[in-house]
Design a protein around this ligand. Structure first.
Ligand code: NAG
Ligand code: NAG
Ligand code: NAG
Length: 263
């Protein structure tokens, strides 16, 4: 969280006599996103008043103070030797970084850190909300449920990524070829067969984080065709009528001039 100096000084003033001792502090992100199967390293740091010695550190999930071992077992407890996917990386001094190895869907939870010194104990006020997303980091979603859209119709594709909420730099591809459109949404209207194909999106120009293809099939629309045919027929008819009139004019002019010559 960014604070301007004024807010910070007000907070410090409040924290002095009324609120918590500013010496006690746990700092970690509000949320953390990790792709299933990969390793999450959740950054964390803590401070305590001088003169205390940290004797125990605990990471727990979905608790308010991390001291209720009856509800859910702690994912990490420095007092308990355990071989687990949850590893406490650092120290008893100020770095409480937690590593989750080979994250599984069930690891999604709110993680809280708590530490105990020789005099007192302290838990992070709010936990880290850990989101676990499936392997597909980047996805194409569409405004239509079906992949099949009628000729002349429209579809809006959006590029989503569970682990990055504000992507501005989105690149779009059709059958592997870059499109000129950029941005999280790709709007396609007046669809024709040329628009059919596999669409992918990418969150960086290097094309590293590219989505799975989304296949667009454009089918002929009977009504659309009828109206096109009708328009073509009308145009053809008008052209034919004009030609016939011209021809009639020429023939008449010839006949008329022959007639006047003979006189
Ligand atoms: C805390 O420990 C982690 C893991 O060893 C390390 O990557 C990180 O830089 C450390 N943080 C600080 C502030 O020292
Ligand atoms: C789109 O992808 C599917 C399989 O993912 C493939 O069978 C098809 O040939 C592709 N179409 C084009 C136009 O590349
Ligand atoms: C892009 O891919 C790299 C490596 O494959 C990964 O570390 C990174 O988190 C990805 N970024 C996004 C925004 O998905």
């Amino acid at each position: 969280m960014k604070m301007n100096p004024w807010t910070l000084s007000v907070l410090l003033l409040l924290a002095g006599p009324l609120g918590a001792d500013p010496d006690w502090h746990v700092e970690y992100p509000d949320s953390f996103c990790v792709v299933e199967g990969s390793t999450a390293t959740i950054p964390c740091s803590f401070t305590h008043p001088a003169g205390h010695r940290v004797e125990r550190v605990v990471w727990c999930t979905n608790q308010v103070f991390c001291n209720d071992i009856t509800s859910t077992p702690n994912v990490y407890d420095s007092n308990v030797r355990a071989d687990s996917r949850f590893q406490y990386l650092e120290d008893l001094v100020g770095n409480c970084t937690l590593k989750i190895i080979k994250t599984v869907k069930q690891d999604a939870a709110t993680y809280l850190f708590r530490f105990e010194t020789n005099y007192d104990n302290w838990a992070g006020r709010k936990g880290v909300v850990v989101n676990v997303t499936d392997g597909e980091v980047v996805k194409v979603r569409s405004s239509v449920t079906d992949h099949v859209v009628k000729e002349g119709g429209q579809v809006t594709l959006t590029c989503t990524s569970a682990c990055s909420f504000h992507q501005l730099d989105v690149h779009w591809y059709r059958n592997g070829h870059a499109l000129s459109e950029t941005g999280p949404a790709l709007h396609l209207s007046g669809l024709s067969n040329d628009d059919a194909g596999n669409y992918t999106c990418s969150l960086d120009s290097s094309g590293r984080n590219t989505s799975a293809p989304w296949c667009l099939v454009v089918v002929e629309d009977e009504g659309f065709h009828r109206s096109v045919h009708l328009k073509v027929a009308v145009v053809k008819g008008v052209v034919l009528a004009v030609l016939l009139l011209l021809l009639a004019g020429v023939v008449f002019a010839k006949w008329f001039s022959n007639k006047t010559k003979r006189i």
